[in-house]
Design a protein. Structure first.
Length: 703
């Protein structure tokens, strides 16, 4: 046993220690702690750095062939029931530890520049550290109960971070939406955990899978129940990894600061769902209905997210729908049995998507110098343009990220996405078709995003155009197809547009419309923000090379629990390179078509996107309204819950309260009436007795 394994528990504990120290400082000595901003940040970053170093040591040990290690202690016992807690180190754990700690460390460095002026700087670092600790605790968990505990901690941290600017209504609403949506999936996960324990008597992943298979084969447990338990467990990843139909929370989560958007989308919350599917693979692989459900859910989600992303104008929300789509690829891979391919894409996506989100944060940081701290302005791509000249490092790294996610070789996304598509084709050509089409859409919307943001002329300092840019015709203006009015109110004479643009650039300080601006043009971000971008660009380019079909070292390290290394090596030796070239050619071909269309529309201005949108208006409206899922959920669940609550309130008021009030009223009236009979006169009491006796005689006489 490697000595490093005895200290692996420190990896989640160190960030937790940092969060506790800073959190206690904020509670007990708020002003002093907030005044020591840089010191607190340095403490938290250093502790995450040490955890990252330990993670690399664990990964190196596993790469050297050391056996997995598990250490547990009995946490609770009652009769035959025993629950253990501890930590486990295996190949999957080692990989995830490195991915989470590296991305979290770089995000924390980036945060120093992005949140430098925010009054909640120290509190944000405490939340980040707690978030990282929760995810690391989930990764090292040896059983399903411990995973569930950290699963909920991850959800709590996302609530705190998405709603970090809680005084902003949109952020508070987004945090609540994320919390409630995830509770739906988590309730299903809890029911699935209880069902599997009832059936198998264990919380250990491998034992659950083996016993479930034996019970189904012996007929002791029906296939329907086994599928039900597995699908209930899958509901947890559906919510956490933003899969249809519980995907609606993730785009709204962009209301939080950009660093947390990067961390959520790359290595923590959404990665937790795919990780749980991988951990529960011994259960899922024995339930074909569950595997099919997972595969088709992932495929539809990939297509859904991509088709919505093509019409987004908010740079962060465009990336959010991109994440939903890429997570769909990973889930589809898991459902088709491509265990290694799904986790390979999880790793590559973590790096290039973190870079893309941090790049968008750099863009927003630069735009705020021009348009002010209004998210509707600073994040709207239609107000950007030409940023490559002002922010070259951000532009280059963002371009690398676009190439990676579009699947252009030799960038990282090509190798992982191609492996998923190959597995999907072998499993079900329909799934491959959806994934292949989605790859083309992905390339289109990512380069649409790049061209609108970084190419052309800068539009953010032309405030007289803001309202027009933010209207439906905004994209026509961006691509040079703005119709010039010839008559009527607001008509421009020939050359007036150019004159106004010249006036905007030369005398913005004298123009009253520019009161929102701080400077004429955006600027490159500080080194604390650009350095993480450069460092993330390296794995975005190179890390895919560990999983090529010519030497798939990743698959030799990460493979399904039911397979041995010998079986993996045998399969690797049987790889058909001709088939790889055909599949890769199809994948790259559709991506190049998507890029070419983006160039024609948004770089060269040869095709008017507004004209196309008008020709296919129903499809355009479907995309721009996010397939109407938010509207449907709002009317059915939000307004429906309010109507139900009002009905319950009416029942409570009229029936429950009415019965109580009626009882009191009857008591009051009867008491008031009876007091007149208590007058102390014996003759009156005798008369009452006589009347009662007479009444009884008459009653019984009649009957």
């Amino acid at each position: 046993m490697e000595a490093i394994y005895q200290y692996a528990w420190l990896i989640p504990v160190l960030p937790l220690l940092g969060a506790m120290l800073v959190g206690l400082g904020l509670i007990s000595f708020n002003q002093v702690t907030n005044s020591l901003r840089q010191l607190n940040a340095a403490l938290i970053i250093s502790l995450m750095g040490v955890a990252m170093g330990l993670s690399f040591a664990v990964l190196w040990s596993q790469l050297q062939g050391h056996a997995p290690y598990t250490r547990t202690l009995e946490w609770a016992a009652a009769g035959n029931f025993h629950l253990s807690m501890g930590y486990t180190v295996d190949h999957l754990t080692a990989l995830m530890l490195v991915v989470v700690t590296t991305v979290a460390f770089l995000v924390m460095v980036y945060t120093d520049g992005y949140m430098a002026q925010d009054p909640g700087y120290v509190r944000f670092y405490a939340y980040l550290s707690l978030f990282g600790s929760s995810m690391l605790g989930l990764v090292v968990s040896p059983n399903l109960v411990q995973i569930y505990i950290f699963w909920e901690l991850v959800g709590m941290c996302s609530y705190l971070l998405v709603g970090f600017w809680y005084d902003r209504k949109s952020a508070a609403d987004a945090a609540q939406k994320a919390f409630v949506t995830n509770r739906v999936g988590d309730f299903g996960l809890l029911l699935g955990i209880l069902g599997l324990f009832w059936a198998t008597g264990s919380f250990d992943f491998q034992i659950m899978g083996d016993r479930l298979a034996q019970l189904v084969q012996a007929g002791s447990l029906s296939n329907v129940l086994a599928a039900l338990f597995a699908i209930l467990v899958f509901l947890g990843p559906v919510a956490k990894s933003a899969q249809f139909p519980l995907h609606v929370w993730l785009p709204d989560a962009m209301e939080g600061p950009t660093p947390i958007s990067a961390l959520i989308h790359a290595a923590t919350m959404v990665a937790a769902g795919v990780f749980l599917i991988a951990r529960m693979y011994p259960v899922f692989e024995h339930v074909p209905a569950a595997m099919n459900t997972i595969a088709y859910t992932g495929a539809f989600t990939a297509f859904l997210g991509a088709t919505i992303a093509i019409t987004q104008n908010d740079i962060k929300k465009g990336l959010a729908y991109s994440t939903i789509s890429q997570l769909g690829y990973m889930v589809m891979a898991m459902g088709t049995g491509a265990y290694s391919a799904g986790l390979f894409h999880l790793m590559t996506h973590a790096y290039f998507k973190a870079m893309l989100f941090l790049g968008s944060g750099s863009v927003i940081h630069g735009m705020e110098a021009v348009v002010g701290h209004d998210p509707d302005l600073a994040q709207d791509m239609r107000l950007m343009g030409g940023l490559r000249k002002f922010m070259p490092i951000t532009a280059i790294t963002f371009f690398i990220g676009c190439l990676a996610i579009a699947g252009i070789p030799p960038f990282a996304g090509f190798w992982s996405k191609d492996e998923i598509l190959s597995a999907a084709f072998a499993s079900n050509p329909l799934l491959w078709g959806v994934g292949w089409l989605t790859a083309g859409i992905t390339a289109f919307y990512m380069f649409r995003m790049y061209f609108i943001t970084f190419e052309g002329q800068f539009r953010g300092n032309k405030t007289y155009l803001w309202e027009k840019l933010k209207s439906p015709i905004g994209m026509a203006i961006v691509t040079g197809f703005e119709p010039t009015p010839a008559f009527g109110p607001g008509a421009m004479t020939k050359g007036e547009l150019q004159a106004r643009q010249h006036h905007s650039s030369s005398s913005s300080s004298e123009d009253g419309d520019h009161g929102h601006s701080k400077s004429e043009y955006p600027h490159e971000s500080p080194w604390t923000m650009t350095l993480p971008l450069v460092l993330l660009a390296i794995p975005s380019v190179l890390i895919g090379l560990v999983g090529t079909p010519f030497g798939n070292y990743f698959e030799q390290f990460i493979y399904p629990p039911n397979e041995s290394l010998e079986e993996v090596l045998t399969k690797a030796a049987e790889v058909n390179l001709q088939e790889f070239y055909v599949m890769a050619g199809a994948s790259v071909g559709i991506s190049l078509i998507g890029i070419a269309l983006a160039c024609l529309m948004y770089l060269w201005g040869k095709i008017n996107p507004v004209a196309i949108a008008n020709q296919i208006k129903p499809l355009y409206q479907l995309s721009v309204n996010k397939w109407y899922f938010d509207d449907i959920y709002h009317h059915v669940f939000v307004l429906g819950s309010r109507r139900l609550a009002r009905q319950v309130m009416e029942v409570d008021y009229r029936v429950v309260d009415g019965a109580v009030n009626l009882t009191g009223f009857f008591t009051l009236i009867s008491g008031e009436g009876l007091k007149y009979f208590e007058n102390g006169r014996a003759q009156f009491y005798a008369l009452i007795v006589f009347a009662a006796v007479l009444g009884l005689v008459i009653f019984f006489g009649v009957t």
